[in-house]
Design a protein around this ligand. Structure first.
Ligand code: BTN
Length: 244
């Protein structure tokens, strides 16, 4: 069947459920929502706090034909989908931190984890995982070092089902737009939310750091950094970003 919607009370990671769906050939239009993750994953091997019943954990499988290189900007586009959805609930002061952290007043409110499978030159499946902090408690987050917030702190009580509905709708639209025109469809709108543009930043590339001023994102979603040695472009998979 097309468009499986897997609803789980508990799972290790919704991204794993999506990977299993790919392996079993039931990934067309697949989405998974869970109330709790026991091994929620963040970027670069970090943990994603996933307590029961108060947040949103969703993964979808997006298919693309030919050319994984064209997928470079995809994680930025997914961030924009989250911003569009949260904007519907009156959340102002939303920002995007390259490549794809969603911030509210500079504190992280949502995170995105993309995991790619398949043949980069042929049919390619991308697991698109989104976590939205809706109602986190201090005890859930006691050992989280990054500044964080949640929707309840941002706008008060919200209906999780309403957010899921807007999020799924926004993801669907962004998937269509990206399939048609790639990141170019979203570059301008994304840039309006760019929290680091024009600011001094430090890019971490493996063990070493490169300092510069973030100029902009380019048309494939790369970070354009102005350094003492000229402009350098970075891709999301390889680096992380800090302000200095
Ligand atoms: C990050 O900012 O480091 C990415 C966080 C991504 C979290 C979501 S929650 C749903 C999906 N399942 C996971 O295990 N991770 C993503």
């Amino acid at each position: 069947a097309l468009g499986e919607l897997e609803l789980l009370s508990q799972v290790d990671s919704t991204n794993n459920a999506a990977a299993t769906a790919i392996k079993e050939g039931r990934d067309k239009g697949y989405s998974c929502l869970a109330e709790q993750q026991t091994a929620g994953r963040g970027r670069r091997g970090r943990e994603w706090k996933s307590p029961f019943g108060r947040n949103i954990y969703i993964s979808q499988v997006w298919r693309f034909q030919g050319g994984a290189s064209a997928l470079e900007g995809l994680s930025l586009s997914v961030g924009l989908a989250v911003v569009r959805a949260l904007g519907k609930f009156g959340v102002t002061d939303l920002g995007l931190k390259w490549p794809n952290d969603v911030l509210h007043n500079n504190k992280k409110i949502s995170g995105i984890l993309l995991e790619m499978q398949g043949d980069p030159a042929g049919i390619c499946q991308v697991v698109v995982g989104v976590g939205v902090n809706v109602d986190m408690s201090l005890s859930d987050m006691s050992d989280v070092l990054q500044p964080w917030t949640d929707l309840v702190s941002a706008v008060g009580i919200v209906d999780r089902n309403a957010i899921v509905a807007e999020l799924m709708s926004a993801l669907h639209v962004v998937y269509k737009e990206f399939s048609a025109s790639g990141f170019l469809a979203h570059k301008e709108e994304w840039s309006q939310y760019d929290v680091f543009a024009g600011r001094a930043v430090r890019v971490q590339l493996g063990e070493h750091y490169i300092e510069g001023v973030m100029k902009c994102v380019d048309q494939s979603g790369g970070l354009v950094l102005v350094t003492a040695d000229g402009e350098q472009v970075f891709n999301g998979g390889e680096v992380s970003l800090r302000s200095v």
